[in-house]
Design a binder for this molecule. Structure first.
Ligand code: GTP
Length: 363
């Protein structure tokens, strides 16, 4: 890993409501959700630092006051952190413009901008170098996906310039999509209209292309994941625990599971597939937990099965219950013998009685 440039500044977009991850995000913003044992953002901070970033402006909005108590002034991470809060959410472009007030670099300097919900193995240093070598206005990381119809796609020309931002369509012209990591020339940030809601994808980038300003693509096919849905969040944690994506912030070595301080996993339980077992959580004898996130203080009782799921803080899965592809909210109880599947979400504090097969999406 090569450092990109000395004292690079960054803006981290962390103000979204994370609606697709409810109920997990009702009390905790998505960037603070525990992921492989640490708040999600800790992975991004560690990666940014490894590429030469020294100062990061957090663009906060939803539950803004929760960030500073976790990350402080950044000195524990070898970074200087600054928090800028929008009075009302300004969208991605408006948030970048608003946070730009706190940058200290000059108008021609590069600024790294990161969505606060992306895990990526791409080389930020190479992206910054491309931006500087080609004197771009903005350089975007594009990744390639198997099913681009779920995303807006981003075509490029032979010289690597982005030609358009196309909305979601059943027949996309390319499988390349915006990966949520940009290098902006500082003056471009300052030219975004201030104090109004602006989307970078719908307004800022198409506007630059229409003015024939150089908007470049840094195309990379290494590990990339947007952790915005429950399934993706579980996958991100799992991939970090298993070591499929290396992160300097991982508390421990890769393995079948990660147990946080005070966690108790019975030797007669089967816990594997990159499961994270939260602080003081208990997995009893005969229970099976595969590829899941157990948050803090939860209990998986004897003979229960949990697969590809999130179990909230203080939640309980009773004997013989089966929980698959599910989100169990904080303090909820899944009664004995229940079988939950197909993306079901149990709201915090809900107690399910005994023995039922439940498929409906929200309880
Ligand atoms: P969903 O509601 O589930 O779509 O999630 P989200 O609110 O995070 O939206 P999305 O995934 O589109 O956001 C991409 C990135 O931009 C995330 O890191 C968000 O935190 C951030 N973001 C989105 N809208 C705003 C905003 O108005 N202000 C700020 N500061 N950040 C935002």
């Amino acid at each position: 890993m090569e450092s990109s440039s000395p004292d690079l500044e960054a803006i981290l977009l962390v103000g979204g409501q994370g609606t697709r991850l409810r109920p997990l995000t009702l009390g905790t913003p998505k960037p603070l959700l525990p992921t492989a044992g640490v708040p999600f953002l800790a992975h991004q901070l560690a990666k940014a630092r490894a590429y030469g970033v020294r100062r990061i402006v957090f663009a906060t909005s939803y539950r803004a006051s929760m960030f500073e108590p976790v990350f402080g002034d950044g000195s524990d991470f070898g970074l200087e952190l600054v928090y800028i809060t929008e009075e009302t959410p300004l969208g991605t472009g408006g948030a970048i413009r608003n946070a730009g007030r706190a940058l200290t670099c000059g108008p021609d300097d590069p600024v790294l901008v990161l969505n606060g919900d992306i895990l990526s193995g791409h080389d930020i240093g190479a992206q910054v170098r491309l931006h500087l070598d080609r004197s771009a206005a903005v350089t975007l990381h594009l990744t390639e996906v198997d099913d681009p119809s779920r995303f807006g796609c981003v075509p490029t020309d032979d010289s690597g310039r982005v030609t358009a931002f196309l909305e979601k369509t059943p027949n996309p012209v390319t499988n390349r999509i915006n990966a949520g990591c940009y290098v902006f020339t500082r003056s471009v940030i300052d030219s975004i209209p201030a104090g109004q809601v602006v989307s970078v994808e719908r307004e800022t980038f198409p506007g630059l292309i229409a003015e024939d300003r150089p908007v470049l693509a840094y195309i990379d096919r290494t590990y990339w994941l947007d952790v915005g849905t429950p399934a993706a969040y579980v996958q991100g944690s799992r991939d970090l625990v298993l070591g499929r994506l290396a992160s300097p912030a991982m508390p421990g070595s890769p393995g079948e599971y990660l147990a946080l301080p005070g966690a108790m996993v019975s030797p007669e339980a089967k816990v594997h597939g990159g499961t994270a077992v939260g602080a003081r959580s208990v997995v009893e004898a005969g229970a099976g937990v595969v590829g899941s996130v157990l948050l803090d203080d939860c209990v998986i009782e004897a003979g229960a099965t949990v697969v590809d799921s999130v179990i909230g803080n203080g939640a309980r899965v009773c004997p013989g219950a089966v929980v698959r592809d599910a989100v169990i909210g904080d303090r909820a109880v899944v009664g004995p013998g229940n079988e939950l599947q197909a993306g079901i979400r149990i709201w915090p504090g809900v107690e399910l009685g005994e023995c039922a097969v439940r498929y409906s999406s929200d309880i």
